[in-house]
Write a protein that binds this ligand. Structure first.
Ligand code: PLP
Length: 402
């Protein structure tokens, strides 16, 4: 009997849960069970010739500086790539660093970007305000209808950027349809997959070229560190993405990578529990007299329910609700909660309620906010790991105070 023929020695034959505990593992000579944390910015070489060969790229897997490679960050990247089904990944200091690298590395002055208008505020800023300063124009479209992307494509469109489900109104974009449109024009498709999580939606399998995450969200999942990751083909990741990371330095710290690795080990348990609670909350509030509407991708009332079922294997850990009575009612509800925190992160073990109009989407004009469904009464709830009975009781109490 020998282990050598065991098919599970091949990491790609393991299920996601197993990959998230063991994937990318590299042990030192001490055979530690938990991944080692390499807090080192540099690496020394046995001799000058070795250093020369290393800088020429002739020693694969060797390290020369932690701005562009560190053993703990490597393990995080490998584990994320296994989970996503990607050939390669690069870690970043934050989700915004990951998105900015992914976008900037694909365009040059004179190019054009098409993006869905319902985007996380920072991502929208990069596309709408930041890129034009460098000669890259952009068109924002209503992402719910793929025909809007087709209509916005120009001969110089090099990039299509989408987020699905969107923040905060959980609108969906049909990834496969938009990938086909982007590719027909020779453009690259980037999908920000934060809201779906890597467990419920596989953009690369649907045709995306690059996937980005704010690892600050579900991947850490316990509100501790910032981080980001970009995943895709070896060609894109080891080419444009790596070069941009290396030369601009938005690197993931080894300590944060180590915390994120610990987060990945429990990701499926947490996300499943949070999703189950989110589904229960959506159901409990859907017909409440003080609620105008509940938005939840896997609730039959979602306008894109069929797409949500086809594209996502789980319904999301977030629920949006529009309360009757506008901002005053929304504030009253939030201010009377005992368990759910008023904050703006998401994917945390602690449930968080956000009033997008006055916080995350404050920068937009009222018209732009209404265009993406950010009404005065809209609240975004990131469902945590507390008892769903307590969360429902907390919300029902809050609704009673309106
Ligand atoms: C969809 C989405 N993309 C990107 C980001 C940016 O991530 P980070 O805060 O880690 O920079 C966030 C959240 O902040 C987000 O919700």
């Amino acid at each position: 009997m020998s282990k050598a023929n065991n098919p599970l020695l091949d990491p790609t034959r393991r299920s996601a849960e197993t990959q998230l505990v063991h994937g990318g593992g590299k042990r030192t000579q001490f055979n530690e069970t938990s991944e080692a944390l390499f807090l080192s910015s540099g690496y020394s070489y046995p001799n000058s010739e070795h250093a020369e060969r290393l800088f020429k790229g002739e020693i694969p897997g060797a390290h020369n500086y932690s701005r562009f490679a560190n053993p703990t960050v490597d393990v995080f990247q490998e584990r994320m790539a296994l989970l996503e089904g990607a050939e390669a990944a690069r870690g970043f200091a934050s989700g915004m660093a990951a998105v900015t690298d992914a976008v900037m590395s694909q365009v040059r002055a004179g190019d054009h970007i098409v993006a869905s208008r319902a985007l996380f505020g920072g991502c929208r800023f990069v596309v709408e305000d930041f890129m034009p300063r460098f000669g890259v124009t952009s068109t924002l479209v209503d992402g719910r209808d793929p025909a809007n992307f087709a209509a916005a494509m120009q001969p110089n469109t090099k990039l299509v950027f989408i987020e699905t489900p969107t923040n905060p109104t959980l609108e969906l974009v049909d990834i496969k349809a938009v990938a086909d449109i982007a590719h027909a024009h020779g453009a690259v498709l980037i999908v920000d997959n934060v809201f779906a999580t890597p467990l419920y939606q596989k953009p690369l399998a649907l045709g995306a070229d690059l996937v980005t995450y704010s690892a600050t969200k579900h991947i850490d999942g316990q509100g501790r560190v910032l981080g980001g990751v970009v995943l895709g083909s070896k060609k894109l990741i080891e080419g444009d993405i790596h070069t941009f990371l290396r030369q601009t330095g938005a690197s993931l710290s080894p300590f944060n990578a180590w915390v994120l690795l610990k987060g990945l080990e429990t990701l499926p348990l947490r996300v499943r529990q949070m999703t189950e609670s989110a589904g229960r909350i959506a159901e409990a509030l859907a017909s409440h007299a003080k609620v105008q509407s509940v938005i939840y991708p896997h609730h039959p009332s979602h306008p894109q329910y069929d797409l949500a079922k086809a594209q996502m294997t789980g319904g999301s850990t977030l629920v949006a609700l529009d309360v009757k009575g506008g901002q005053e009612a929304a504030f009253r509800l939030s201010d009377s909660l005992a368990v759910i925190l008023i904050s703006n992160n998401l994917g945390d073990a602690k449930s968080i309620i956000t009033h997008p109009r006055t916080t995350t989407h404050q920068r937009l004009t009222e018209d732009a906010r209404l265009e993406v469904g950010v009404t005065p009464g809209l609240l975004r709830l990131s469902v945590g790991l507390e008892s769903s009975d307590d969360l429902i009781a907390d919300l029902l109490y809050g609704l009673d105070q309106i």
